[in-house]
Design a protein. Sequence first.
Length: 195
Amino acid sequence: MRPVRFNIHPKEANISSAIATVDAPPGFGGEGFFTTKLSDVVGLARKNSLWPLPFATSCCGIEFMATMASHYDLARFGSERVGFSPRQCDLLMVMGTISKKMGPVLRQVYLQMAEPRWVLSVGACACSGGIFDTYSVLQGIDQVIPVDVYVPGCPPRPEAIIDGFMRIQDLVGQESVRRRNTDQYKALLSSYGIE
Ligand code: SF4
């Protein structure tokens, strides 16, 4: 019979090389000290602990399930905590066909999220209405909320979703802690009627 310990790391296994750690942000260091910018440290923490809120209405949501499952494992990016409470999440992932009726609901979910928040539009439907060029389908979620990254495809493969997620991580890591207070950002929100 196969020994049980065969299924777990043997005691002598060296897994230290298999544990990924993030690189330190750019800065200046010496013996016993390291200095960097506050924005870089905050960005480093934020980008590696994004909490996604999946807003999945149709087939693209199935790709998201695959992205979260063991093979692709979005948890590797610090995002295993998928939340369905807008107040606790900072990344809105919109996946699927959004009808015009659903538009106000999506917008309300976005408004309930605390700043800083980011939006990933996954799939042709969320980005542009996709093949549903009809009277009832929103022709892109950026008609009701600002979008940070678009992932094309119908549906996009999990690799594409992960790539879009990593582009969001880039934005989060480089964002200044003051960006949300800038006139430019306020103007962006006000163009969507958001105060
Ligand atoms: S983009 Fe394609 S796969 Fe995704 S929700 Fe639309 S029809 Fe479905």
